[in-house]
Write a protein that binds this ligand. Structure first.
Ligand SMILES: [Zn+2]
Length: 319
């Protein structure tokens, strides 16, 4: 069912081979070229090809560390099939500790890209042509944005049973329904008919060992499920499946102190935060608008009216 022939970036990789390839991102004005390592491990036995990628957003450290640990623990050496790891996808952003490419573009809004487009678009095009068609499954590792800590969750379209199965196997504490953002990596693979699972955990510019461990074990569980590693998946067997979610926004500006832990369930009208001024005059309690799970948290100490402060479930499968 799976082809034994695999050619990536002009290199033929035979069953049983391990290779580290380099994909050229750009030629720099310093006469150096910028390349990203693409690590390919093939079993002698045919099977699916799985792509694990991190750092699509250059400031999302956890994703990079997850793919690194997959390699370090040798989980990327499959019993069957092929595992391709790209730990640092947006190497430009990673070097600068920025989400975007140097031209300010979000790489994750550039797919399938174009040969004559912007720098990010050209890179997206090369990936779309050279790597995307060669893979059967994808795991893309992300974090929340600046000061937005995401409790570890797997994201997928809940209407797609194949993806829901992968998300269940992954075993993160939450599964969050997520539609396809146009021109994202997920959108690209969705249109190609290739199942892609997104992992979100922690926040940008910060390494969180628990989040990293959750992502690594999740990937390992998916590999076991696909027969690429030995054993049975052993992730969270009872994840909270969030069908609909929303961000609660700050109704006031001021010093922001949360009163609840991320990842927990809160009852309607319970106090979830306090917003106050520095002078002791003004203090407002923020109440949960309904019974919900909190799976995203603003970790900043000062908020402005309208800032997103809690990402909560509106409807879960358990409702
Ligand atoms: Zn991201």
């Amino acid at each position: 069912m799976y082809s034994s022939e695999l050619v990536i970036l002009g290199n033929e990789i035979k069953p049983g081979q391990s290779v580290s390839l380099e994909m050229e991102v750009a030629k720099l004005h310093t006469r150096n070229s910028l390349r990203i390592p693409v690590i390919v491990e093939r079993s002698k036995i045919s099977g699916p090809t799985l792509l694990c990628m991190g750092g699509v957003h250059g400031d999302e450290m956890n994703g990079v560390a997850i793919v690194r640990d997959i390699i370090r623990k040798k989980y990327n050496k499959p019993l069957i099939g092929t595992i391709i790891c790209i730990p640092v996808f947006n190497v430009f952003g990673y070097l600068n500790q920025q989400r975007e490419f140097p031209d300010g573009r979000d790489l994750n809004r550039m797919f399938p890209g174009s040969k004559d487009g912007s720098l990010a678009s050209q890179f997206a095009h090369a990936f779309t042509k050279e790597i995307a068609p060669k893979v059967d499954y994808v795991m893309d590792f992300h974090t929340g944005g600046a000061e937005r800590f995401n409790y570890p969750n797997a994201r997928c379209d809940l209407k797609d049973p194949k993806l829901v199965k992968l998300a269940m196997v992954f075993g993160a504490p939450f599964i969050v329904n997520s539609t396809y953002i146009p021109k994202s990596v997920r959108d690209l693979f969705h249109k190609m008919g290739t199942p892609i699972l997104l992992f979100e955990g922690g926040k940008s510019l910060e390494l969180d060992p628990e989040v990293v461990e959750c992502g690594v074990q999740g990937a390992y569980n998916v590999m076991k499920h696909l027969g690429m590693q030995q054993g049975e998946p052993d992730g969270d067997s009872n994840p909270i499946v969030i069908k609909k979610s929303k961000w609660i926004r700050a109704q006031y500006s001021g010093i922001f102190e949360t009163r609840v832990k991320n990842g927990t369930c809160v009852k309607k009208k319970s106090v979830i935060a306090r917003i106050s001024d520095p002078f002791g005059d003004f203090e407002k309690r923020i109440l949960a608008p309904f019974d919900c799970y909190i799976f995203g948290l603003n970790t900043t100490s000062i908020v402005n009216k309208g800032d997103a402060i809690f990402h909560v479930s509106v409807e879960t499968e358990n409702d």
